[in-house]
Design a protein around this ligand. Structure first.
Ligand code: SDX
Length: 432
């Protein structure tokens, strides 16, 4: 992997020689600075990791300049058009698309783990009914480590795989339970005759008093959404999972740390913030006022669903989500949807505005997804929960890759210290 050596001149005639430079199969080369502190007494300084590769990975490739997203080498657009979420889960986890037998076995393994322990129902009953479903998800998912002591040993491959299957299988069940609990409706058990995504929508919307048939167009749309949100290299929540996992914490605890990080409005919480923003804009005539606010240096308001740390071009997922949005609205006879009209106009205006063009601010994955969920009858406080269901496989695949890496070390960044120098303790009577 080493392609060449680099030398760093760090001033006062000091040079650090022979730093290895590695080239991956795609994307920028990296300079290995592991020896920098030992050789020079210097740390690198990169808040937000703008120029830092935290690991080596073969799972997902993102090219922000060209707007490329690939899972294990397959373009996400092709997967969304030709594959399904269960197959993508197998691909992300195992590195290859399954053959027919592997696919049937994997799906059966997931179906056989879709129920949660009955005791978990009592955990839900401990939350206030008005709890945000993401608060319930953080707690309920972490509590899985209290139930499954036979899949906590990260050094045992069988236990790692069992934990992975349990988490993929149970996340939709926990998610649907969080929704039902928040609206005071009874939980639905998973139905193993249904496919993964149809089963989720059934648990979400069915009621015990009558049969419920999931709309096939909506199930296909949700499956596409799951595929598009499945993984995204070393984003904030995935990096959280990796850092938690590097300490040897159990898989359920690591993924629940990822759920907590995804909840932030700058990350996976943006889809809920987008809908709140579109509803606040209320009418296309108000768009200029919000664009002005978003550009205001001293105004913390940002155009939610716009901008991305990596994509300095269109986020490739947006085109598919926009297309899925039209399909869902057409199916539900809601093409006249006012939020969609505001979103399309907002995108149009922002993309011709110098401020957004200069900063390469394009719509991202969160810009259209909320309109789809709302049209399906899903409340905005459930949007990031949907993102959680999809991203769980990405977190697990990244966690598994890290745990199985023989070079694994605990993550422990350093700092630039700007606090007080040594000072003596002063008793309270003598303080000013
Ligand atoms: C996701 O990392 C991932 O891969 C995440 C994700 C995934 O799949 O895991 O893709 C999912 O989290 C998508 C992002 C969802 N978040 C939002 O839509 C929230 C709104 N977006 C911004 O908060 C912001 O764009 C970020 C957080 C997404 C990216 O921020 P960066 O890379 O740290 O960029 P920045 O804050 O340094 O902004 C650069 C400039 C600044 O202006 P100047 O200081 O140069 O004058 O662009 C401006 C920012 O003020 N800017 C925006 C803006 N985003 C950036 N101005 C107005 N509206 C915005 N949305």
């Amino acid at each position: 992997m080493t392609t060449r050596k680099a030398m760093l001149t760090i001033g006062k005639g000091k040079k650090i020689r022979d730093l290895p430079v590695y080239k991956g199969t795609e994307g920028p080369e990296v300079i290995d600075i592991t020896a920098l502190y030992k050789e020079s007494g210097l740390f690198t300084y990169d808040p937000g990791y703008m120029s830092t590769a935290s690991c080596e990975s073969s799972i997902t490739y993102v090219d922000g300049e060209k707007g490329i997203l690939r899972y294990r080498g397959y373009d996400v657009t092709e997967l969304a058009g030709k594959s399904n979420f269960m197959e993508v889960c197998y691909l992300l986890l195992n590195g290859e698309l399954p053959d027919k037998k592997e696919s049937e076995l994997f799906i059966a393994e997931i179906k056989n783990r879709s129920m949660v322990h009955e005791q978990l129902l009592f955990l839900y009953r401990g939350f206030p009914r008005f709890s945000h479903p993401m608060a319930i998800m953080c707690g309920a998912f972490a509590s899985l480590s209290a139930f499954y002591h036979d899949s906590l040993d990260i050094h045992d491959e069988k236990q790692r795989n069992n934990a992975a299957l349990r988490m993929i299988a149970k996340t939709p069940t926990l998610a649907a339970m969080a929704y039902k609990y928040s609206i005071g409706k009874p939980f639905n058990y998973p139905r193993n005759e249904l496919d993964y995504t149809t089963n989720f929508l059934h648990m979400l919307f069915a009621v015990p008093s009558e049969d419920y048939k999931v709309n096939k167009v909506l199930a296909k749309a949700m499956d596409t959404i799951f595929i598009l949100h499945a993984d995204h290299e070393q984003n904030a929540s995935t990096s959280t999972v990796r850092l938690a996992g590097s300490s040897g914490a159990n898989p359920f605890a690591c993924i629940s740390a990822g759920i907590a990080s995804l909840w932030g409005p700058a990350h996976g919480g943006a889809n809920e913030a987008v809908i709140n923003m579109l509803e606040e804009i209320g009418d296309v005539k108000n768009i200029p006022k919000f664009i002005k606010k978003a550009k205001g240096k001293d105004d913390p308001f940002r155009l939610m669903g716009f901008g991305h740390r990596v994509y300095k071009n269109y986020d490739p997922r947006v085109f598919l989500l926009k297309d899925t949005c039209h399909k869902v609205l057409a199916e539900l006879g809601m093409l006249n949807n006012s939020l969609l009209k505001i979103a399309v106009k907002l995108e149009e205006i922002a993309l011709t505005d110098k401020y957004f063009i200069e900063r390469n601010l394009y719509p991202n994955v969160d810009f259209y997804s909320g309109i789809i969920y709302k049209a399906m009858g899903i409340p905005s406080n459930m949007f990031t929960v949907i993102f959680t269901i999809a991203r769980t496989i990405g977190w697990i695949a990244q966690w598994k890759e890290m745990i199985e890496d023989p070079k694994l070390k605990i993550g422990r960044p350093r700092q630039l210290y700007t606090g007080h120098k040594l000072r003596k303790y002063v008793s309270i009577g003598k303080r000013k």
